[in-house]
Write a protein that binds this ligand. Structure first.
Ligand code: MGD
Ligand code: MGD
Ligand code: MO
Length: 828
C-alpha cells in the first residue's frame, strides 16, 4: 500500500502499453501525415508542461513566444515564458556520446574517470547496440539484481512520453531490474501516515477549498510555501491552487505561518510569522498539546470515539516516565518560540475552526515520521478532524490539493507493461531487492547489506553493475554529494537519457540525447486533483540535433532484445495518444456530459486538429468534500484503513517493530544535527527548500538564472544580524561549508529568516572546481554538497535534506568561472 507512487495514488490512469514515434531526420512522422496532421510552422500551438497550459507562437518553424494559454490567478509564473530557452539551450545534448575509456574497453571502463574523460560522439545505431550488449552482459553475470533502474525524477509532463515508465517497460520486458520504494517528496509521511490515518494523506484530496473559505476561521500554514510550490504540478498545472490562495488572502481570515523562513507565501498573505528553530516543530506541537490538556481544552469524546491510544500517549506528554513534562516552557527551550506564543497558538486553534495546512519540508528531516503524526494527534485533541474547514491537510501546497475534482474523462498513460512475459523470476528478484530510494548511496556502497524498513528486512543487491537513469538528476537531488560521487564510481556501466548536459549526464558512460516535450506529440490531464481539462501536447518544432523521444530509444532497444512488438504493440505514438483520448471520450459519452454539462468534446481527429483543451466542470459533491467527513459521520460504517479503523495515536503495529528511532506514539527526538545540540559541528542550520525559480534543477540553464543569481551563484539567505556578525554584505560571494563539503553562494541578507538559519534552495547544478580533488568546492552552490545522507528512521528510511548544520564566511579568493553550463564538446 505504501509502495504506491504518487501517480497511482493521485489517479488511476488505468491504461496499458507504449507507443512508437518519429523518424530521426523526418520533420513529421508518416503516421501524422497519414492522418492529415501537419506540423505548424507558422501559427500557434497549445501544449502543457508542469507549470501549466502553454500557448506557443511559431514562426518559420521556430518558437518565438511562449505564454500562458490562460491565466486564472493573478500570480505571475515566469516558468510559462521559458519554452524557447528550454528548446534552444546551448547545452542541449544533440547526439549520442560515449565516454572515451568506456568505448575503448567496456570491461575495464575506468569509472574513476567519469566526469573527466573525453566524450566521443557515436552514431545512434552504435549507441543502441552498445547499450543492449552491455546490458545483456550484466544480466548474464548478475541477473536482474545487477541492473538498477529505479531512476527517480521529475522528467516532463505527458502521459505517453513518460521516460521513467518507458524505462521500466523496457526493463520489464527484457529481464528485469532493481527498483525503489517511496520518493524524496514525502519519504517519511507516506510511510507513517498509513499507520496513523490509514491513508497516505500526502497525495490525497483535501477538504475542498470552498469549504475552507466558508468555514475555517483560522488557517495555519505550517512549513509550506504554496505560492512557490504551486508554480508546478506533477501533471499540468491548473493554476487553481494559486487562485485559491489569492481568495484566502482576500477572505481576511486570520492566517498564521510557522516556518524558520518568512517565505514568499507568508509575505504574500501578510500572515503572522512564528519562526521555530528548524526541525523542532514536534516539540512545539507537544507544548501545545500539554497546554490544551492542562487547560482542559480538548475533545475527550473525539479521542474516545475516533482514536486509539491517547491514554498511552498521555504519560509521555505529562512526563510520567521520563520526568520531562512537555510543557510550553520545555518546548520554548527547544524551538526558540516563546511559551506564551505556544500557549496562545494552542488556544487559537482550539477556540476557532482551524485548518492546519502543512507542507512537506519538516518531514524531510531526521525523525521526519514524527511531525505529521504529532500534527494528527494535536488535531485529534481539538476534535476538528472531519469537520468542515477543520483538522489538517498535507497537500494544499502541492499540485492543487483542495481544488474540487471535476467530472470528466481521464486520459490513461503508458504503463510498465505486463510482467508475466515468460520466465518472470526476475520480478521476484527485483521486488526482493527494491530498496527505499533515499538509500541509494548506502545500497551502492554496502552491497548485500540488510536494513530495516517499515517492519520488514530488506537486503540490498549483491552487485549493482549497471545503472540506467532517465528524467532525473541524481547528482543534484541526492543528499551528501561527495558520498554519492564515491558510490557512483562503483557500477561498471551508467547510461543516461537527457536533454541537457546536466551534472548527471556528464557523469555517465553513455548519453542518449532526449527531445523536450515541445519536439514530440503527447497528451495530459490538467490539475492533479482537479482533472479540470485534457490538454493536447502537440509537437511544436522538429527535434533538435539527433535527439530522440525516450519512447523511440526504448523501442529500439527493445528491438535488440526481440520484443519490439510487445513494447509498442504495433501502435504509433499518435495511436497511443488517440487510444488514451478515446478512453476518456467514452467515459464522457457514457456520463452524458456533453448534454448535461455542455462539455465540448469531440472525436480524436477533431480534437487534435482543433488544438485546444477539453474542459470539465467540478461537481457540487466535490466542492463540498470534507476529508474524513464520512469517518466523522460514522466511524463504524466508514472506518479508516488502520488496524483499529480509528486514528492511531498509539500504534501497536509500530510497537511490534521495536525500533529505537520510531516508537509507538509521536515523540520528540533530537535530530542528528540541530541548533540546540551540544558541541555543534557547525554554526548555522541549513534548510534546502524547493526553489522559487526552478523545478528542482530544471530551468537552471535558462535566462531565469540571471534574475535569481547573486554574485553569479545560487543565493543563500542569511539573517541581517548574522550577516553583520560575519562581516557579510548583501551580494557578497560566500563559502558555505561543513565536514561533508563546501560550496560558493551569493549572500542574500534579509530580516525574513530566523537568526541562526540559512536557506539555500536545492537544485543548483553541481559544478566542481576540481573534480579529481576530494570534497572540492561546488562553484554554483548545489545544496546537497552540504546535506546528510542518513535515513529518517528505520520505519520510513526517507531522506533528511532539511537537517544539516553549516558554516558561512565571506569568500576572499578569486571568483572561479562557472563551467557547468558550457557545452562539454567543443566541436558541437
Ligand atoms: N537538499 C534537498 N534535496 C532534495 C530536496 C530537498 O528538499 N532538499 N527535494 C527532493 C525532492 S522532493 C525531489 S522530487 C527531487 C527532485 O529531483 P529530480 O526529479 O531529479 O530533479 P529535476 O531537476 O526535475 O530532474 C529532472 C531531469 O529530467 C530531465 N528531463 C526532463 N524531461 C525529460 C524527458 O522527457 N526525458 C528525459 N530523458 N529527461 C528529461 C531534465 O532535464 C532534468 O535533468 O529532489 C530531491 N532533493
Ligand atoms: N517552484 C517549485 N515548486 C515546486 C518544486 C520546485 O522545485 N519548485 N518542487 C515540487 C516538489 S517535487 C515537491 S516534493 C514540493 C515540496 O514542497 P515542500 O516540501 O512543502 O517544500 P520545501 O520548500 O521543502 O519546504 C516548505 C517550507 O518548509 C520550511 N521548512 C523547512 N524545514 C522546516 C522545519 O523544520 N519546520 C518548519 N516549520 N518549516 C520548515 C521551508 O522553509 C519552506 O518554506 O514542491 C513542489 N513544487
Ligand atoms: Mo518532490
Amino acid at each position: 500500500m505504501t509502495n504506491l507512487s504518487r501517480r497511482n495514488a493521485l489517479k488511476n490512469l488505468g491504461a496499458i502499453m507504449a507507443l512508437p514515434l518519429f523518424m530521426q531526420t523526418k520533420l513529421f512522422s508518416s503516421e501524422n501525415a497519414k492522418k492529415g496532421f501537419k506540423l505548424i510552422t507558422d501559427g500557434e500551438v497549445i501544449t502543457g508542461a508542469h507549470w501549466g497550459m502553454l500557448k506557443l507562437t511559431i514562426k518559420n518553424g521556430k518558437i518565438v513566444k511562449s505564454e500562458p494559454y490562460e491565466k486564472i490567478s493573478k500570480i505571475k509564473n515566469p516558468f510559462l515564458e521559458l519554452t524557447g530557452d528550454l528548446v534552444y539551450a546551448k547545452d542541449r545534448i544533440k547526439y549520442p556520446y560515449v565516454r572515451k575509456s568506456y568505448l575503448q574497453n567496456p570491461d575495464d571502463p575506468k569509472p574513476e574517470l567519469r566526469g573527466r574523460d573525453e566524450w566521443v560522439r557515436v552514431s545512434y545505431e552504435d549507441a543502441i547496440n552498445l547499450i543492449a550488449k552491455e546490458l545483456k552482459k550484466t544480466r548474464k553475470k548478475y541477473g536482474a539484481e545487477g541492473v538498477f533502474a529505479g531512476s527517480y525524477g521529475w522528467k516532463s509532463s505527458g502521459n505517453v512520453q513518460n521516460s521513467r515508465i518507458l524505462l521500466h517497460r523496457f526493463m520489464n520486458m527484457t529481464g528485469g531490474f532493481v527498483g525503489v520504494l517511496g520518493d524524496y517528496s514525502t519519504g517519511a509521511s507516506q510511510f507513517i501516515m498509513p499507520h496513523v490515518m490509514g491513508t497516505l494523506e500526502v497525495y490525497e484530496q483535501q477538504t475542498s477549498w470552498p469549504v475552507v473559505l466558508e468555514n475555517s476561521k483560522v488557517v495555519v500554514i505550517w512549513g509550506a510555501n504554496p505560492i512557490v510550490t504551486l508554480r508546478i504540478s506533477w501533471t499540468v498545472n491548473d493554476d487553481l491552487g494559486l487562485k485559491y490562495f489569492e481568495d484566502l488572502k482576500k477572505s481576511g481570515k486570520k492566517i498564521i505561518f510557522i516556518d524558520p523562513v518568512k517565505n514568499e507565501t507568508c509575505q504574500f498573505l501578510d500572515a503572522e510569522w512564528i519562526a521555530p528553530n528548524p526541525n523542532t516543530d514536534v516539540a512545539m506541537m507537544l507544548g501545545m498539546m500539554y497546554e490544551l490538556y492542562n487547560s482542559k481544552k480538548y475533545d475527550k469524546e473525539f479521542l474516545e470515539n475516533y482514536c486509539v491510544g491517547f491514554d498511552k500517549f498521555l504519560p509521555y506528554l505529562l512526563g510520567k516516565n521520563d520526568e520531562t513534562p512537555k510543557t510550553p516552557e520545555w518546548a520554548e527551550k527547544i524551538s526558540g518560540v516563546s511559551a506564551k506564543t505556544i500557549k496562545e497558538l494552542a488556544h487559537t486553534i482550539f477556540d476557532n475552526r482551524t485548518m492546519i495546512m502543512s507542507g512537506w519540508g519538516m518531514q524531510r528531516a531526521h525523525h521526519g515520521e514524527q511531525p505529521h503524526w504529532a500534527l494528527a494527534t494535536l488535531c485529534a485533541m481539538t476534535g476538528q478532524i472531519g469537520l468542515p474547514g477543520g483538522g489538517f491537510g498535507l497537500s494544499y501546497h502541492y499540485s492543487g490539493g483542495g481544488v474540487p475534482t471535476a467530472k470528466g474523462g481521464v486520459v490513461g498513460g503508458i504503463t510498465t507493461g505486463s510482467t508475466n512475459s515468460g520466465g518472470a523470476e526476475w520480478l521476484e528478484v527485483a521486488s526482493k531487492y527494491s530498496f527505499p530510494l533515499a538509500r541509494i548511496s548506502d545500497a551502492l556502497l554496502n552491497p548485500g547489506k540488510t536494513i530495516d524498513h517499515n517492519g520488514q528486512k530488506i537486503a540490498y543487491p549483491k552487485k549493482i553493475d549497471f545503472i540506467y537513469w532517465v528524467g532525473g538528476n541524481p547528482i543534484v537531488h541526492h543528499q551528501d554529494t561527495n558520498k554519492f560521487l564515491k558510490a557512483w564510481q562503483l557500477p561498471r556501466t551508467i547510461v543516461v537519457n537527457e536533454i541537457y548536459w546536466t551534472p548527471t549526464a556528464r557523469l555517465a558512460d553513455i548519453v542518449m540525447p532526449a527531445t523536450t516535450s515541445y519536439e514530440r506529440d503527447d497528451i495530459s490531464m490538467v490539475g492533479d486533483y482537479s482533472n479540470i481539462a485534457i490538454v493536447p501536447m502537440k509537437q511544436a518544432v522538429k527535434p533538435i540535433g539527433e535527439s530522440r523521444n525516450d519512447f523511440e530509444i526504448f523501442r529500439d532497444l527493445a528491438e535488440k532484445f526481440g520484443v519490439k512488438d510487445k513494447f509498442d504493440e504495433g501502435k504509433s505514438e499518435l495511436e497511443w495518444i488517440e487510444s488514451f483520448y478515446e478512453g476518456a471520450y467514452k467515459q464522457v459519452l457514457s456520463m452524458n456530459l456533453i448534454e448535461l454539462n455542455g462539455v465540448d468534446m469531440k472525436p480524436f481527429k477533431e480534437f487534435w486538429q482543433e488544438n485546444k483543451p477539453v474542459k470539465f466542470l467540478s461537481t457540487m459533491e466535490s466542492e463540498s468534500y470534507i476529508r474524513h467527513g464520512d469517518f466523522r459521520e460514522d466511524p463504524i460504517l466508514n472506518p479508516l484503513g488502520t488496524p483499529s479503523g480509528l486514528i492511531e495515536i498509539y500504534s501497536e503495529t509500530i510497537e511490534k517493530m521495536h525500533y529505537d528511532d520510531c516508537k509507538a506514539h509521536p515523540m520528540w527526538f533530537e535530530p542528528i544535527e540541530w541548533l540546540g545540540m551540544k558541541n555543534k559541528p557547525a554554526e548555522f542550520h541549513l534548510v534546502s527548500s524547493h526553489p522559487t525559480d526552478r523545478l528542482h534543477s530544471q530551468l537552471n540553464n535558462t535566462s531565469l538564472r540571471e534574475h535569481l543569481a547573486i554574485a553569479n551563484r545560487e543565493p543563500v539567505w542569511i539573517n541581517e544580524d548574522d550577516a553583520k556578525a560575519k562581516g557579510i554584505k548583501n551580494g557578497d560571494l560566500v563559502r558555505v561549508f561543513n565536514a561533508r563539503g563546501q560550496i560558493l553562494a551569493g549572500a542574500f541578507v534579509t530580516k525574513n529568516i530566523k537568526k541562526g538559519v540559512l536557506k539555500l534552495s536545492e537544485g543548483a547544478w553541481y559544478d566542481p572546481l576540481n573534480s579529481s580533488e576530494e570534497n572540492t568546492l561546488c562553484k554554483n552552490g548545489s545544496a546537497n554538497v552540504l546535506t546528510i545522507d542518513i535515513p529518517t528512521s528505520k520505519l520510513a528510511n526517507g531522506n533528511i535534506a532539511h537537517t544539516a548544520l553549516a558554516n558561512i564566511e565571506k569568500y576572499s579568493g578569486e571568483a572561479p568561472d562557472l563551467t557547468i553550463f558550457k557545452h562539454p564538446d567543443p566541436k558541437a
